[in-house]
Design a protein around this ligand. Sequence first.
Ligand code: SF4
Ligand code: SF4
Length: 133
Amino acid sequence: MPSIIPIYPVGITPETKCGFCTNSKCCTYITQHVPTPRAKNDFDHMLWQISHQGVQYYKDTDGWYLLVNSRCNHLQKDGRCGIYDTRPQVCRVYSNDYCEYDASAEDGFELFFDGYESLLRYCKKRFKRWGKE
Ligand code: SF4
Ligand code: SF4
């Protein structure tokens, strides 16, 4: 159950909600669960990945995730899915009960690295001798 009860404009129901969502946020990125990074080499690799456009990292209660901001090729201009009847399972099980229309996913992150600089800062804090050996 969501901890916050969203208040919607008149006319929004679970069936119509996505039609009110102007940026279809949930169709504009992919995520991939990754093993918990522990060693300097792990973070060095992540720094390479996050140096690329649209790549970010976050950690939530389920662990670490690679986040790639990339709009789905099937998302149509009107916000509809171009392959709705055959869309992948991950899209089918995604519920709009309490989604990014209601609150930013970042609200649930324990750690969020929006780019190279923020991850590098974390590396320097975590490894006192980062870059010195
Ligand atoms: S599930 Fe939520 S974020 Fe995705 S299109 Fe619908 S309202 Fe928008
Ligand atoms: S396949 Fe359809 S529902 Fe899934 S991310 Fe792409 S546009 Fe969205």
